[in-house]
Design a binder for this molecule. Sequence first.
Ligand code: PLP
Length: 412
Amino acid sequence: MKKPFVTLDKLKEIEQTYQTPYHLYDERGIVENAKRLNEAFAWNHGFREYFAVKATPTPAILKLLHEQGCGVDCSSLTELLMSEMSGFYGNEIMFSSNETPDEEFVKAAQLGAIINLDDITHIPVLDKLVGIPKKICCRFNPGGSFEIANKIMDNPGDAKYGMTREQIISAYSQLQKLGAEEFGIHAFLASNTVSNDYYPVLAAQLFHLILDIKRATGVEISFVNLSGGVGIPYLPEQQPNDIKVIGEGVRRVYEEILVPAGMGDVALYTEMGRFMLAPYGCLVTKAIREKHTYKEYVGVDASACDLMRPAMYGAYHHITVAGKETAVYDHTYDVVGSLCENNDKFAVDRALPRVDIGDYLVIHDTGAHGRAMGYNYNGKLRSGELLLKADGSVEQIRRPETVDDYFATLIF
Ligand SMILES: *Cc1c(COP(=O)(O)O)cnc(C)c1O
């Protein structure tokens, strides 16, 4: 059974200062997980996780990860600026964007970020804007489907990202002629993989490819960015990934493929968002209404504006009724927000203990792609964010939106 990282007593204590709904993050969980990741890849000199800012664009979270040695992965001007203001600089920033506007290339270059080119046609654009930097990365897309043991994990052939094999080989030659000296390769081929095999299978593909690139062009790739895609168990019956096993799996293919080819000094990067943060955040909301019509409804004070994944993807997010962890799950509810939009449902036909008005509902696994995907439909204001510190204290790390925030862009 999934257990929240926060107790009912703590929630009552928090309520004395901060009203629901809010996203709450677990500092200890975040730090311990980051340490486990760094240990799992400690065998690789130069390993670095570049946290995907889009997953949780909150300076306090970015700084926490920075303290653990992580860099950031940005894909927009705002994310670059936020990272700069959070203390990241130079090679601590990976810039993995697509359809990149000019000003974003300029800002990334100014910060000394590692620019990851999504397409071969971006080479002349970048060259004209700021020149080709000494260190540069290219994004690969093999097309087709990505399979592990005959099971389709995702369909890169349908994805807008990355270059074909022929293009990427030609891209490295062009970049070398234009003065680049250090080269990397990047690929993101499957999303939310709950499998310890994703990174090792992906790594093996990329390792073989960099040997081919070396043969074809003479270019030696010095870093491989495995990007994101390592998932988490949203469902209670799923087994979590074991990052130690993943790290060892990558090491095995590294030693099989790269070391014998004399490329045992290739650095590995990751660019995870979900794995780094999702389980260490939850959305805390309160039951404010009940409704008994053709179905049983629990109305809560959060909405899809605070957490879009269920409305957008039909994603499952586990819900715990705080203080009723051991009660019998003898009720079936739709847990809904107040948007005039019928997909504003955190859960449909969900077995729960009896919910009373005023109960706290803890919606699990919202630490990544949660608050970040929020929006303002119906004029709803997005919730704030709190950090539950390792010493048990609580710090507000983003205040809730106000009507003034919403009205700031309006012209009456
Ligand atoms: C979204 C994204 C990530 C992070 O993905 P997760 O599924 O959160 O691990 C990493 N890199 C790029 C380029 C992305 O777009």
